[in-house]
Design a protein around this ligand. Structure first.
Ligand code: AHG
Ligand code: MN
Ligand code: MN
Length: 313
């Protein structure tokens, strides 16, 4: 057997053991574990859709909406009466719902299926979860206790942070999540950039920033899925993902509660940064459930540079 494979099987730390060793609070450990298990069911749902390559667009069209909603149902049903979750908010719902008795410790934000428009292309997609210790309509740095994202790709991987570093697990053939990268730490700067939004829609300040990165020789990595795109920056230990303010939509596209706060928590725990071009994502006041926000997220050098260019206008 190849060396890599034997290492892999010889020494495995599974998710529950890792969290216990990191002395993550018991209810939080059990909640994170439940969310990781949900990844298996959401993945099964994606496969059930029998996405054929021969573009059954109309089926796909229904499939896309169904997949978004069924991923949401899977998460909500699993978390309901889990004993840990008081309220559930999802990108697929227009209000926060109480799913517990009312005295549970945690509040959940979910992007059940991120990148659903990519299902027919068989590119990687994901699930993003924020775990809050109080009502979610407040700055992330006050409310977030943990964040999780799952990437449905050639492998199913799960990245989490409970405030004690950022760690990656791989779902193995036996259906266990085994530790693959512990205490992931971004370098000061990387060499990839992931650019959302149409170039002709970018503001002059953003364009100047991108031209700076191009002169520095950054390599373009953009799939259209926030989870796989930011996962690449994390696993390659550096670089920048941005979906900026656009001329017609000054708040950009991505959702503060469901996409940006959890990813900012995870990236900051890996020594990176996340801002809206001016202010840290985790200190932005939350005024509405579907609040959108421009995002610059990744290693420090690139995010600080973005703040500089945006400040100079
Ligand atoms: P979702 O599928 O949850 O709506 O998210 C899609 C988002 C995000 O995943 C990605 O970064 C962005 O949309 C891509 O937007 P464009 O298609 O405009 O590039
Ligand atoms: Mn999304
Ligand atoms: Mn989504």
């Amino acid at each position: 057997m190849g060396e890599g494979i034997s290492d892999y099987t010889k020494f495995t730390v599974d998710l529950r053991r890792h969290m216990w060793k990191a002395s993550v609070e018991m209810d939080l450990r059990r909640l994170i574990w439940q969310i990781a298990v949900m990844g298996k069911y959401i993945s099964a749902k994606i496969h059930e859709s029998h996405r054929k390559l021969a573009g059954f667009k109309n089926i796909y069209g229904e499939e896309q909406l169904t997949l978004d909603r069924s991923a949401d149902e899977i998460l909500k049903n699993q978390l309901e009466y889990s004993g840990f979750v008081r309220e559930y908010a999802s990108e697929e719902r227009d209000a926060v719902i109480q799913i517990g008795k009312g005295d549970e410790k945690y509040f959940i934000t979910a992007d059940p299926l991120d990148g659903s428009s990519l299902v027919d292309t068989n590119l990687s997609i994901g699930t993003i979860i924020g775990i809050h210790k109080e009502s979610i309509l407040a700055e992330g740095k006050k409310t977030l206790a943990a964040a999780v994202y799952i990437t449905y790709g050639p492998l199913i991987t799960m990245v989490y942070s409970a405030g004690k570093g950022t760690h990656e697990f791989v779902l193995n053939r036996e259906g266990e999540y085994v530790l693959s990268e512990e205490n992931i730490t971004l370098k000061e700067r990387g060499d990839i950039y992931s650019l959302g939004g149409l170039r002709k829609e970018w503001t002059p300040a953003h364009l100047k920033y991108i031209e700076f990165l191009e002169k520095e020789g950054y390599k373009l990595r953009y799939s259209g899925g926030f989870v796989p795109d930011i996962n690449q920056v994390l696993i390659k230990r550096g670089g920048i993902f941005t979906y900026p303010a656009l001329k017609k939509s000054p708040n950009g596209k991505l959702r503060l509660l469901f996409e940006l706060q959890p990813m900012a928590f995870i990236i900051e725990q890996a020594g990176g940064m996340a801002t809206n071009g001016k202010q840290d994502i985790l200190s932005i006041k939350v005024t509405e459930l579907n609040q959108r926000c421009p995002i610059y997220i990744g290693s420090r050098f690139e995010v600080e540079k973005a703040n500089e260019f945006l400040a100079n206008g």
